[in-house]
Write a protein that binds this ligand. Structure first.
Ligand SMILES: [Zn+2]
Length: 430
């Protein structure tokens, strides 16, 4: 969903700034109380800026005075500002922009509801994001200039372009569209260069290892996944096949908040630029909450209490407990995924795929799947390998009793969308 529209030079420049920020920062993680004090000041300044400069928030925040912003509890202030939905931005685009703010890049998201959204991100917010990704690479064990194999972000022009080398970054890109039939010469080239790390969508890394783990002759030191929800069973498979650990990263094109997965398999908030409102009312269950968050470094286009349409799995009592990995920043158990994808049940009512994901993730030995709905009466359930009769029975039963839908099991290639990602749910009836 993430499509960068920044030009290459700005891209390299801002990435380099992010790395520089990392290199020069003495403590890669400030102590929690120190960072909280820094954030407190930054957030208040940001809220006053939004109230003063953003036509949209100027109206929405007219009930709060600057001195209240300076003195009240931050939680109370955030709770008094309505949630901003993607539709609000689409409907009031101009009112969100800070016209005088020039140092920004544009990022766009396609969105499954078919409403593409363009957001402005200040250079500063983008540099922070590069810093976070870089910090996460280091946690994985990556060292500057280590060769990384990237199985995403490369759409080849033709068959001779399946592999692409980026000298500046020392990244080797392989096309996520060709993972079922990579030419021998491509594998040979990868073997010759021996990348130390692999990065990609969970589905693309999984396909690569499923198909070629026997053919590769280098050892992988770590795997970085992002941009799709990582299923536990897929992690297990990737880790077994690669004999290394997976480090997952979650964020959105809007950069409202991002989380990185640590060696202890928890996710930590990149605390230095985001405020997550765990108190918001739209809870799914007590431990599954919507990710409503604010990037307080984005002065190009402030968005407060942004509804990311993703759900997070939390344990309230453990949100602020120091993790075994040593990190003190907000910890959550997992990323559940998007609430805005849905299928239709037999009586044409929308059914959130969150329920389906929750059910499927509880089945043991569950393989990577894709569900496509082409008709009101049934779904296609696609896996790469055939699954047991017992598992098929459980799944059939679930879809029939819950939604009145039949299930057709198929073994075939997953459908990939334009960025090369493999969405777990595709609704063709929309
Ligand atoms: Zn941790």
């Amino acid at each position: 969903m993430l499509k960068k529209t920044l030009n290459t030079i700005t891209d390299y420049y801002l990435t380099a700034k992010g790395i520089q920020k990392y290199a020069f920062k003495k403590d890669k993680f400030n102590k929690l109380d120190i960072q909280k004090r820094i954030n407190d000041k930054k957030i208040r300044k940001f809220l006053i800026y939004a109230k003063t400069k953003s036509p949209y928030y100027n109206q929405l925040m007219s009930h709060i005075s600057n001195s209240e912003i300076n003195n009240e509890m931050l939680g109370d202030i955030f709770n008094s500002i309505p949630i901003t939905k993607k539709k609000d931005i689409l409907d009031n685009k101009k009112d969100f922009l800070i016209a005088r703010f020039k140092k920004f890049i544009t990022n766009s998201t396609s969105g499954s509801a078919g409403m593409p959204l363009e957001v402005r991100l200040s250079h500063n917010a983008w540099i922070w994001e590069q810093f976070f990704v870089w910090r996460h690479f280091m946690i994985m064990g990556y060292k500057f200039r280590d060769l990384m194999l990237i199985i995403r972000s490369h759409t080849p022009k033709d068959k001779n372009d399946i592999l692409k080398f980026d000298k500046v970054r020392n990244f080797l890109y392989v096309s996520p569209y060709h993972l079922d039939s990579l030419p021998k010469s491509v594998i040979k080239k990868i073997n010759l260069l021996k990348p130390k790390f692999v990065r990609g969508y969970p589905s693309s890394v999984n396909s690569f290892l499923e198909n070629y783990s026997k053919d590769i002759n280098f050892s992988i030191l770590g795997i970085h996944t992002s941009s799709e929800i990582l299923q536990d069973s897929i992690r297990k498979n990737i880790e077994e096949k690669s004999n290394s650990k997976v480090f997952d990263y979650y964020g959105q094109a809007e950069l409202s908040s991002s989380f990185f997965q640590c060696s202890n398999q928890k996710y930590h908030l990149n605390f230095e630029s985001s405020y997550v409102n765990f108190e918001q009312s739209d809870k799914y269950t007590s431990n599954i909450v919507k990710n409503i968050s604010t990037n307080f470094e984005n002065y190009a286009m402030p968005i407060i209490n942004y509804d990311t349409e993703d759900y997070l799995e939390i344990e309230k009592s453990k949100l602020e407990i120091k993790c075994e990995c040593g990190v003190e920043y907000t910890q959550i158990n997992g990323i559940i995924g998007r609430s805005n994808t849905f299928l239709f049940n037999a009586s044409s009512h929308r059914v959130s795929t969150i329920n389906i994901n929750t059910f499927l993730s509880k089945l043991s030995n569950f393989p990577e799947f894709q569900i496509i709905q082409k008709e009101l009466t049934e779904i296609e359930f696609i896996t790469q390998k055939s699954i047991s009769k017992n598992l098929q029975h459980k799944i059939t039963n679930f879809f029939y009793t819950q939604f009145g839908l039949g299930t057709k099991f198929l073994n075939k290639k997953f459908v990939r969308i334009s960025t090369g990602k493999k969405p777990p749910f595709i609704n063709n009836l929309k």
